[in-house]
Design a binder for this molecule. Structure first.
Ligand code: KIV
Ligand code: ZN
Length: 520
């Protein structure tokens, strides 16, 4: 970060608003892995969850507070006592903790959702901020749906919130309704009109319903906002939130225009994007800015020629600066345990436990036998697989013991599956339209999840037909949506693992309270 620039605080909400994307729910260990990558990125604040929502959310925030030391850990709480108590308890172990409380301030939300008057809303906000002080002095207040709230009322509630102790004021465009000029000028007017605005950092939280979340956030920054709330890959409720990578790289690339800068370690952006995509099962579109597979690929001859002569003819950023080209050829079948351990450490996994290392080493050898050259992305996938399988060692979970699958152009595809649950072996078989269909039907005969398959996708982890295949399966049952992920060099086996991962998540899924749907 340049010395003579003001600081732009990066507040990542992948683990909270990002998780509100249908199907993106994550378990505690997945959230911790993402939090570790966010810490490496040097994100200033990690919004780790909404602790009152469920025991899983509480545990995730507490676990992240225990393990992450360099970023501030923030917990979300509606302006209600029970939410604040849960948030305060969850962030207690953090080196630096923050509570983010919110209440809606637009007429439509106050009348139709909260059924509260303006005075009641102000009183509840102030009472909540005062209660938060018992837990932390790092207090963020959001007037929800600020982008559609009446300006004078917004000024009034914000002034009172700052007087009560809020030191970050976040202006959400909750429904993604604003456009850049208007939103930038709203931020400027708020800062200029609120008498104590210099006692707080103004933040923005933009949704992408009109595709303007990043543009609105940057316009706000140009008008005085000094915190942006964003998510990896732009994940988030409905059309998502502002994408962290786009906000950060615009500010970095256009330092001629911005008077502030972030401290983000941008070379960790692509690994963070890949991890979030693989855990949530939300693929990144190839032409997505910064993190899409084609973001730095030049197809046209004229462009290729220009880049070879002088890179900056067609490139405004370096691919290495955002973490591309890091997928190094690392190991082969003759590499030893220590080489594997040190490569894991270099890519961010400190494997201390000998049993865990042995297990990973065996998986690595199996893979190296068929694939010969192992890349960093293969190692990430080995870790994901082993973590998933460890999570599955739960009495209630189904584990894959054996699969026999036949694909023959002269007969109907067939699959025979053996699973294990609570020490009992369960076997069934089925034909199907293809080997994957037959496999899912055979599994379904055993597990009877009665869920609907909403998405099935296969990605190869590295190039080539010997690559590991990573399969995502999205299942829906009674409105609950979960993603399962599985990888293997055989995509039918990867598909079975992904299906079982999703079924296990459906079976373990607690009821989760949504911050914006159940306000009172
Ligand atoms: O979009 C929104 O308004 C939110 C608030 C909780 C900040 O996510
Ligand atoms: Zn939001």
């Amino acid at each position: 970060m340049s010395k003579n620039k003001e600081k732009l605080v990066i507040f990542d909400t992948t683990l909270r608003d990002g998780e509100q994307s249908p199907g993106a729910s994550m378990n505690v260990s997945e959230k911790l892995r993402i939090a570790k990558v966010l810490e490496k990125l040097k994100v200033d604040v990690i919004e780790a969850g909404f602790p009152i929502a469920s025991k899983g959310d509480f545990d995730a925030v507490q676990n992240i507070s225990n393990n992450i030391k360099d970023s501030t850990i923030c917990a979300l709480a509606r302006a209600m006592e029970k939410d604040i108590v849960a948030a305060g308890d969850a962030i207690k172990p953090a080196n630096s903790g923050r509570i983010h409380t919110f209440i809606a301030t637009s007429e439509i939300h106050m009348q139709k959702k909260l059924n509260m008057t303006r005075n009641e809303v102000v009183d509840q906000a102030i009472k909540s901020i005062k209660l938060i002080k018992k837990y932390t002095n790092n207090i963020e207040f959001s007037p929800e749906d600020a982008g559609r709230s009446e300006f004078d009322f917004l000024c009034l509630i914000i002034e009172k919130a700052i007087n009560a102790g809020a030191n970050t004021i976040n202006i959400p465009d909750t429904v993604g309704y604003n456009i850049p000029d208007q939103f930038g000028s709203l931020i400027k007017r708020l800062i200029n009109n609120i008498p104590n605005s210099d006692k707080a950092i103004f933040s923005v939280h933009c949704h992408n319903d009109l595709g303007l979340a990043v543009a609105n956030s940057l316009s706000a920054v140009m008008n005085g906002a000094r915190q942006v709330e964003c998510t990896i890959n732009g994940l988030g409720e409905r059309a998502g939130n502002a994408s962290l990578e786009e906000v950060v790289m615009t500010v970095k690339t256009r330092q001629d225009i911005f008077t502030c800068d972030t401290q983000i370690a941008t070379n960790h952006i692509v690994p963070a994007s890949k991890l979030v995509s693989s855990i949530t099962g939300f693929p990144v579109q190839p032409n997505k800015a910064i993190v899409g597979a084609n973001a730095f690929a030049h197809e046209s001859g004229i462009h290729q020629d220009g880049v070879l002569k002088h890179r900056e003819t067609y490139e405004i950023m370096k691919a290495q600066d955002v973490g591309w080209l890091e997928n190094k050829l690392v190991l082969g079948k003759h590499s030893g345990r220590n080489a594997l351990k040190s490569r894991f450490l270099e890519i961010g996994y400190d494997i201390k436990d000998d049993n865990e290392l042995n297990d990973l080493f065996l998986r690595f050898k199996d893979l190296a036998d068929v694939k010969h050259e192992i890349y960093d992305d293969d190692l990430h996938s080995l870790i994901s697989n082993s973590i998933n399988e460890t999570n599955e060692s739960n009495e209630l979970n189904y584990n894959l013991i054996d699969i026999y699958s036949v694909s023959d152009s002269n007969s109907e595809p067939f699959s025979k599956i053996t699973l294990e649950k609570g020490g009992k072996k369960l076997t069934d078989e089925s034909n199907g339209g293809g080997p994957v269909d037959a496999t899912f039907k055979a599994i379904e005969k055993i597990v009877s999840s009665n869920s609907k398959l909403q998405l099935y996708s296969v990605n190869n982890i590295t190039d080539g037909t010997d690559s590991l295949g990573e399969v995502t399966v999205r299942l829906e049952k009674l409105g609950i949506i979960v993603n399962g992920v599985g990888s293997d060099k055989d995509i039918v086996i990867a598909s079975a693992k992904a299906y079982l991962d999703a079924v296990n998540k459906l079976n373990n899924k607690p009821d989760i309270l949504h911050p914006q749907l159940d306000h009172v």
